[in-house]
Design a protein around this ligand. Structure first.
Ligand code: PMP
Length: 393
């Protein structure tokens, strides 16, 4: 069939997280950045779903506001945004289908073909695939242990005054697990105002801190409204609801609402009601504390296993939260080839790192996720990975 697809489809790629290699039931996979399903609060949710439908099924199953039901938007403003250090109100919140939709809409709103997006390098592959439809070019900013380097960012802003937005994941970044220091968050908000460029702050992992306190969002330092924050229930509650949100000034939010309306009208009314009911009846923060305790244990176990099983030449990040550890292997190791060998022979999976970078190269990096595997599996999977890697060191 000779079928002609639009130019915008050219750069769009699927993610290797959904690799067929991982179908083997014997394989232990550190690939998926999925939350642990056993943590979903089913016992609390099941009676709520029945109650909501019995109370008013016609409303719960009907169309509702594009922005989301007012109750949930208020709860997000009062609870989730407050946790992030942001004082805001429901009229500055609109719901999205996860923060993924917020990422895609951001490019739709700000980026013309050929425009520059500034982002961390490496950054979330799912963001590149969402951005690709809008045919941008990228300027990548490197990270150190305090997150995106602000001096490099400022140079990039000077060199590319035409850049349209800065995309950042300040909290336990995907793929590196690095958290941005509070000082840099403040600086980022200042630079955005100085250079008059929107910052898309993608924040699905902000509540998943395992050491110390939560970092205030970049948005909390935003005085003029240049920061657009994307939140999500996916990692702290249930990703299946597909509920995320955008917090921005009304003039900007209006554009996100238009995008939502034209692409899918709204999120699911029923799911919004279930989430709001849960937040009214139970304490989501208590649930998040329980979730954090489980992931903290997994993070600790994975770091211990890296020390115990992996060759000492492997460099790795030590995340203080989130789902990921980022490994730098010997330069001659190709993460993609290693993955095939790992999945077929060692029965262990991960994500090859090359795709997280804005340009070619960097094939000697891999991403490990500890969120979806229990501690026993982490121990066994890392033992397998260690045996495989020892062949190369
Ligand atoms: N941003 C980042 C950095 C992510 O890691 C993910 C999920 N892997 C998302 C956005 C999308 O999450 P969701 O749409 O489920 O909120």
């Amino acid at each position: 069939m000779r079928i002609s697809f639009a130019e915008r489809m050219k750069g769009m790629k699927g993610t290797s997280v959904r690799n067929k290699l991982f179908d083997d039931p014997m394989l232990i996979s550190f690939a998926a950045g999925k939350p642990e399903g056993k943590l979903f609060p089913a016992d609390e949710l099941i009676p709520s779903v029945i109650e909501i439908l019995q109370r008013d099924y016609q409303e719960a199953l009907q169309y509702s506001d594009t922005e989301g039901i007012p109750d949930l938007r208020s709860l997000i403003a009062e609870q989730r945004m407050r946790e992030a250090g942001v004082r805001t109100t429901a009229d500055r919140i609109t719901l999205t289908s996860g923060s993924q939709e917020g990422i895609e809409m951001s490019a739709k709103i700000f980026v013309n073909p050929g425009d520059v997006i500034i982002c961390e390098n490496p950054s979330y592959v799912g963001a590149y695939s969402a951005f690709e439809a809008y045919q941008p070019s990228y300027v990548g900013i490197s990270l150190d242990e305090d997150g995106m380097k602000m001096d490099e960012l400022e140079q990039a802003l000077k060199a590319h005054p035409e850049a349209k937005m800065i995309y950042t994941i300040p909290d336990f970044q995907n793929p590196t697990g690095i958290v941005m220091s509070d000082e840099r968050r403040r600086r980022l908000a200042q630079l955005a105002a100085e250079y008059e460029i929107p910052v898309i702050e993608d924040c699905p992992y902000g509540d998943l801190y395992y050491d110390g306190d939560r970092h205030p969002a970049v948005k909390s330092f935003d005085e003029e409204g240049w920061v657009i924050m994307l939140g999500s229930f996916s990692k702290i509650f249930c990703p299946g609801f597909r509920i995320g949100w955008v917090c921005a000034e009304p003039q900007i939010l209006e554009k996100y609402i238009l995008c939502k309306q034209s692409s899918n009208l709204q999120c699911s009314t029923l799911d919004e009601k279930i989430a709001a009911e849960y937040m009214r009846k139970f304490d989501l923060n208590t649930h998040i504390e329980e979730v954090r305790a489980v992931y903290r244990g997994r993070r600790d176990r994975m770091l211990e296993c890296i020390e115990k099983y992996l060759p000492s030449g492997v460099r790795y990040t030590k995340p203080h939260g989130g789902f990921f550890v980022w490994l730098e292997l010997k330069e001659e190791i190709d993460g993609g080839e290693l993955l095939i060998e790992a999945a077929r022979e060692a029965k262990v999976g991960f994500v090859q790192g090359g795709g997280f970078f804005t340009g070619p190269g960097h094939e000697n990096y891999i991403r490990l996720s500890y969120s979806f595997v229990d501690e026993e599996q982490i121990e066994e999977g890392m033992r397998r990975l260690g045996l495989l890697l020892k062949k190369y060191y």
